[in-house]
Ligand binder design. Sequence first.
Ligand code: SAH
Length: 395
Amino acid sequence: MPEASIILQPKKARPFYARHPWVFAGAVARVEGEPADGGEVDLLSHTGNFIARGFFNSKSKIRVRLFSWEQGISLDREFFKTRLQNAMRLRQDLGLLDAQGACRLVASEGDFLSGLTVDRYGQWLVAQFTSLGMGQRKDLIAGLLMELAQPKGILLRTEKGIGKLEGLEFPDEWVGSAPTGATVPILEHGCEIQVSMSEGQKTGYYLDQRDNRLAASKFAAGKRVLDVFCYGGGFTLHCLKQGASQCLGIDQSASALQLAELNLKNNQLANATWVQGDAFDELDKLATAGEKFGMVILDPPRFSRGRDSVDEALGGYRRLHTLALRLLEPDGFLVSCCCSGSITMDMMVDLIAQVGSKEKREIRILEKRGPAPDHPVAVSCLESGYLKCLVSFVR
Ligand code: SAH
């Protein structure tokens, strides 16, 4: 049962009746009782009506993360078991539980489990905890995942920066057995990809782009492809498989490019080269040298964390797109991805239109895409839908 109640300011309750899970400190009028950080609390309107139950955290800007809108329900083992079962049932229905494949089993807010992400790489799972309430229950969650998904092992970890944001810190920890090699193979639309769970970026791979890689590759036949921010070469592998004549991948991370080269060899593919360096500098150099490509893929990391840095982030995207257009031959394909939550699809389209007009190029949008469906977007929390991918045809 909850230890305390959090009372909202007047006129602040509407998003929470609509099931938004994040209660920011500014919406809170007062705290009744002495809740522990990570403890269960009830959220009440200023008139004392029950709205929802969640986990409290005095150290986070998100003072309460909400999980249940039913009064009297405990956020206990049974509760989380049901939530995890629901998340797994969706992946089953999506056909994503094949033994050699990979998928996001739990997508935090997208599965009504704010602060928990679980990725499955073949027989192994990586559970990433990004809220204190979830992090304090990591053993409970790991036990449930072992029971429900029966993996060989689970890597429990948090994310860089979460210590500061949430007061959550713990060293990476394996439950069950760790894989014997440094990487584990997964199959993505027929490409074998090596994933390093403990040393790779994020949980080891970018599963949200799975279907966008395939979608982009369908236009790559016969093209010279520039894969900017290539990481393990995901886009490149699919493009080569679809008949791209040649690919050039750029990333600043040497270990990412080692993985990309390994993936290339393992798929018996050739005709790709990798350049380690800053994408902006490398694009500049290629443009100055007069290089041309039939397809340019831009998949940068998140440039913007919050609303404050949107302008700065847009400046980065504008520069990238300007360089990309200079490198793109007439009748080329431009694949623009953006994982900054504060930049919307409409803002991306505007930006591409502006850059196109400045560069005197005619641009037509062929596909407006989002993340793969194992990254569902909760309509009650649109922040869960951060990834945009636009495929355009450029004359
Ligand atoms: N396209 C990849 C995922 C890209 S993630 C895929 O399909 O899997 C973003 C990548 O950008 C990371 O690999 C990171 O190392 C790289 N990166 C970040 N900043 C960079 C910069 N300034 N220049 C080049 N690469 C950068």
